[in-house]
Design a protein around this ligand. Structure first.
Ligand code: FMN
Length: 219
């Protein structure tokens, strides 16, 4: 016997906070800083988990979660396998959107813009900051490729662990590294009562890359 969950009946009224033009920062990175620090101090689980949306060369959208590993005025960083599905999509179409949902604060942030690979040094530094087993794991996994079974991974990990036993440094494989999303637009969404949410979007001005146009969008 099947039972229907009343999915359509699930709804929540948002009432925690407001977002106003009068208090918002002039630039979206400073605004992100404010929200990021509030998210950090709110003990949100996996606060740095974000949806990364990409589009393939032939126009098909794709999305998955990755972890934010840093941000500054130049953009937002994540690390992955360059040969993965997302790596191929970004090669063909170097544009992406990142989405954070911090439900404990009733907030969403969307960040869109061109994507570029991080420098080899940035990728090396982050790769070597990871636990050794994660470094081995990154080398062992042909991310997004079909594998016969889990043994394929286990065998590869055993082989690499033996190969690098006692090694001072495990070299970062060329197929693994970072990407930087340079924001062209950033939208901050704050849930409000009765579906009348606050949405403020920043668009980078074409002729002045450090100036932003700020607009309110209807929810
Ligand atoms: C919480 C969470 C964090 C993740 N972090 C990363 C990450 O930082 N980098 C990454 O390559 N994959 C990460 N993944 C796995 C991706 O969601 C995805 O399965 C993988 O990157 C392959 O995606 P693709 O086939 O679209 O390239 C994470 C998944 C979850 C659920």
């Amino acid at each position: 016997m099947s039972s229907m969950l009343p999915v359509a009946d699930i709804r929540k009224d948002y009432k925690l906070k407001e977002l106003s033009e009068s208090t918002i920062s002039d630039d979206p990175i400073s605004q992100f800083d404010l929200w990021w620090n509030e998210a950090l101090s709110s003990q949100i689980d996996e606060v740095n988990a974000m949806t990364l949306a990409t589009v393939s060369g032939d126009g098909y959208p794709d999305a998955r979660i990755v972890l934010l590993k840093g941000y500054d005025v130049n953009g937002f960083l994540f690390f992955t396998n360059y040969d993965s599905a997302k790596g191929k999509e970004l090669e063909a179409n170097p544009q992406a959107t990142l989405v954070f949902f911090w439900k404990e604060l009733e907030r969403q942030v969307r960040i869109s813009g061109p994507v570029e690979r991080t420098s080899a040094k940035e990728s090396d530094d982050y790769f070597h900051s990871r636990p050794l087993k994660s470094q081995i794991g990154a080398i062992a996994s042909p991310q997004s490729q079909v594998i016969h079974d889990r043994e394929v991974l286990n065998n590869q990990v055993d082989k690499l662990s033996a190969q690098y036993a006692g090694a001072k440094l495990i070299p970062r494989p060329a197929h693994w590294g970072g990407y930087r999303v340079r924001p062209r637009s950033m939208e901050f969404w704050q849930g409000r009562p009765s579906r009348l949410h606050d949405r403020i979007v920043y668009h980078r001005q074409k002729d002045n890359a450090s100036a932003w146009v700020i607009e309110r969008l209807a929810p």
